[in-house]
Write a protein that binds this ligand. Structure first.
Ligand code: AHR
Length: 489
């Protein structure tokens, strides 16, 4: 048993935890949309307007705040006009990025907006810069958000939607340093400025413009963006960082040894350094923090499951992934002064999914349960949290405990992960600036390789956990490989 001391000071506020930090990403990739979220109106699987009811319910339960769509790299070849109007007449295309399969465009703007309405979340639409045009983008914005009389708004009405939708989040390009056109940052900054000029705010709608941000540790990209853009023309930039402990060979999602486990944990913790360093660059140009940092794609990227289409990026999801999710979400909370949104890649059946489906069956992955444990942080104020927490022994390049804390007028939420595979943590958490009277905790724990599958959907699930509060000190034991949420009143 290892003693861990934590100090939380609720008087020391770090930033507002934007609910969007708990966001998701849904691309036309593999079985994320088709045979995932969307099964069509005529499916025997219970659905509302073609969208699976069990999936709607699952995302409502974790208070999913925002979904990014239609990609990803797919967005850079997506032409929105293909995805509206009568379904039988919609233009079919080849999904060149993901498996070369035929995309029938039966899930388009109306279907995505309906999905967001049903889940109760905000849409985040990523427009096509690499192979699209300014006109195409500006007409899409008009189609979605204007209530003025125009051929485009008439078309929307004819397609069944009288009122404009509210659209806040607009991504202007995806990975324009790669699949979005292989651009240099200087070139993209100019292209971005041109595009954003035509991002009009119609009928009281206010767009929040998100520019393509860096890949991982490409600090030069951030430098060039910040030098060339300002808060008049951009609201946020979008960093992408995947946890890929064995690149480019890739590791198995379920078959890994202890060394690889700890390598994965270290790779997840790297996001703290990444965000710190990108933020330092942003702080030099934007000390008032008007420009946000979005982490538009994050999560574990493993080898695809055997026998599945390599272009579909389908992988299982273990307790190792759950620990990674907890580390990342704690990092985002602690950086909530700059991080305004994050989107796990991806929501259903792709990469580090929260949901997997097989025909009419649906399971919640360990990562789903982490989002459940963290949901009370949404809209709280992140507070200072110090952990006496040296790196785990034997060259494991990561601290044993990952933690973040937040408060609202009534309660404090503390989330912690014990990343050790062997050692239990005896945690003593001294709380200052908040009167702690009672506590209730929940825990997700199991052996690192364990996962949920269609035969055993609840092998990894949340249970109650014991903790005590005395003299404003929260005491609890956290078993190895576990994620805990404590709500203190
Ligand atoms: O999430 C899968 C892909 O990873 C996305 O399409 C792309 O943006 C990123 O490289």
């Amino acid at each position: 048993m290892k003693k861990i001391s934590i100090v939380i000071n609720a008087d020391d506020r770090l930033g507002h935890i934007s609910p969007e930090i708990y966001g998701h990403f849904s691309e036309h990739l593999g079985r994320c949309i088709y045979n995932g979220i969307y099964v069509g109106e005529n499916s025997p699987i219970p659905n509302t307007d073609g969208i699976r009811n069990d999936i709607i319910e699952a995302f409502r339960n974790i208070k999913a705040p925002v979904f990014r769509w239609p990609g990803g790299c797919f967005a850079e070849e997506y032409h929105w006009q293909d995805g509206i109007g009568e379904k039988a007449l919609r233009r079919k295309i080849v999904n060149t990025n993901w498996g070369g399969v035929t995309e029938d465009n039966s899930f388009g703007t109306h279907e995505f907006m309906r999905f967001c309405e049903l889940v109760g979340c905000k849409p985040y639409i990523n427009v096509n810069v690499g192979s699209g045009s300014v006109r195409e983008m500006s007409e899409w914005i008009e189609y979605m958000t204007s209530d003025a009389e125009s051929p485009l708004t008439e078309q929307r009405k004819k397609n069944g939607r009288a009122e404009p939708w509210k659209l806040e989040y607009l991504g202007v390009g995806n990975e324009n340093w790669g699949c979005g056109g292989n651009m240099r940052p200087e070139y993209y900054a100019d292209v971005y400025k041109r595009y954003q000029t035509f991002c009009h705010n119609y009928s009281g709608n206010r767009l929040y413009r998100i520019a393509c941000g860096p890949s991982s540790a490409d600090y030069n990209w951030t430098e060039v963006m910040m030098k060339n853009l300002d808060s008049n023309n951009v609201d946020a930039i979008d960093l992408h960082y995947y946890t890929m402990p064995v690149w480019p060979e890739m590791d198995s999602a379920t078959d890994f040894d202890d060394e690889l486990y700890y390598k994965t944990i270290a790779a997840a913790n790297f996001s703290d350094e990444l965000i710190t360093r990108h933020s330092e660059i942003m702080n030099r140009y934007d000390p008032e923090k008007k420009i946000g940092l979005v982490i538009g794609e994050w999560g574990c990227w493993h080898k695809v499951e055997e026998g599945t289409n390599p272009g579909f990026l389908y992988q299982q999801n273990t307790m190792r992934d759950a620990i990674v999710a907890a580390i990342e979400l704690n990092v985002f909370n602690r950086h909530s002064d700059r991080v305004v949104m994050a989107n796990l890649a991806q929501a259903v059946n792709v990469l580090q999914s929260v949901i997997l489906t097989e025909d009419d069956k649906m399971i919640k992955t360990p990562t789903y349960h982490v989002f459940d444990l963290f949901k009370t942080h949404q809209n709280n104020e992140a507070v200072y949290c110090y952990t006496q927490n040296e790196n785990m022994s034997e060259g494991k390049n990561a601290p044993m405990i990952s933690v973040s804390a937040s408060v609202n007028e009534k309660s404090m939420t503390v989330t912690a992960a014990n990343c050790s595979l062997t050692e239990e943590a005896a945690v003593e958490c001294s709380i200052f600036g908040f009167k702690a009277s009672s506590v209730s905790c929940r825990i997700l724990t199991n052996e690192a390789h364990s996962y949920n599958d269609f035969d055993c959907p609840d092998r990894v699930s949340i249970t109650e956990h014991t903790a005590v509060i005395k003299d404003n000190v929260l005491k609890l034991n956290i078993p190895p490989c576990a994620v805990v949420e404590c709500v203190v009143d």
